[in-house]
Design a protein around this ligand. Structure first.
Ligand SMILES: Nc1ncnc2c1ncn2[C@@H]1O[C@H](COP(=O)(O)OP(=O)(O)OP(=O)(O)O)[C@@H](O)[C@H]1O
Ligand SMILES: [Mg+2]
Length: 231
């Protein structure tokens, strides 16, 4: 479970990115995080992955307290949270298969299990037939499927995706959201930052809306940017 309690975050240059942010995400939930550019969405993601620490308040990710976690324990936290980015971030000189397999090797899984598990997740995301291709030989949507497979392969409880469809056309975006929804139905908690109001309104999930570092809406239903948010 993910819990933000009165979280404030100010960056070194004085930018107040989050102000008194409080919310809980239970295991198994699907949550969209929406809001204007600069609202603080990616900052929330960076706190969940312990890339940043809160300035005030507390962030809990499963049994970890992000503000107090010692550096040596950060890798364990990161094993429980798979991350997907807008720009895919695949390793260009490794095949699709290797891009996914190497994160299992990194945590010392046995070779036979790696082979089986990588095949399974590539099949799950619909990209098994391209296992031997290089990332540059894939479309954007296909590359994002590989990135999702990589995020999933060590079986994290949660997947966080920061604008995973930002580089994709509308049809591809919908397919990637449908895939994340399918992954959620299989039991993984899914948190998706997106600008795509059309998709958000279509999926009817919990929506956390943030503007200027403040949560302005938390609930199921549509999202309309407020006047304040558009300024
Ligand atoms: N490392 C940093 N140092 C200083 N300021 C930062 C840093 N990262 C983000 N900010 C600032 O904090 C605020 C929130 O940034 P954040 O990246 O969380 O916004 P966002 O909602 O993800 O926006 P976008 O939709 O454009 O990705 C912005 O004003 C941004 O300029
Ligand atoms: Mg962002």
């Amino acid at each position: 479970m993910i819990r933000f309690v009165n979280v404030g975050k100010t960056y070194l240059n004085g930018t107040k990115a989050l102000k008194d942010v409080t919310f809980d995400i239970e295991d198994g939930e699907f949550v969209f995080i929406v809001g204007p550019s600069g609202a603080g969405k990616s900052t929330i993601i960076k706190l969940i992955t312990a890339q940043e620490k809160p300035e005030s308040g507390s962030v809990y990710v499963d049994k970890f307290n992000v503000g107090k976690i010692p550096d040596r324990k950060v890798p364990y936290l990161r094993r429980s949270v798979g991350v997907v980015f807008q720009d895919f971030r695949l390793i260009q000189n490794k095949t699709v298969y290797e891009n996914v397999a190497f994160v299992m090797r990194a945590v010392g899984e046995p070779p036979r299990f790696i082979k089986k598990r990588v095949r399974y997740v590539l099949e799950l995301v619909g990209i098994k037939h391209k296992a031997d291709n290089m990332p540059s030989q894939l479309s954007g949507g296909e590359q994002q499927r590989v990135a999702i497979a990589r995020a999933l392969v060590n079986n994290p409880g949660t997947i966080v995706a920061d604008e995973p469809t930002g580089n994709l056309d509308p049809a591809r975006s919908l397919e990637i959201m449908a895939l994340l929804n399918e992954i959620n139905k299989r039991g993984t908690t899914v948190i998706v930052v997106t600008h795509e109001v059309g998709i958000v309104n279509r999926f009817r999930k919990r929506v956390l809306a943030i503007e200027n570092g403040v949560i302005v809406q938390d609930g199921e239903g549509g999202y309309y940017e407020s006047e304040e948010g558009r300024k």
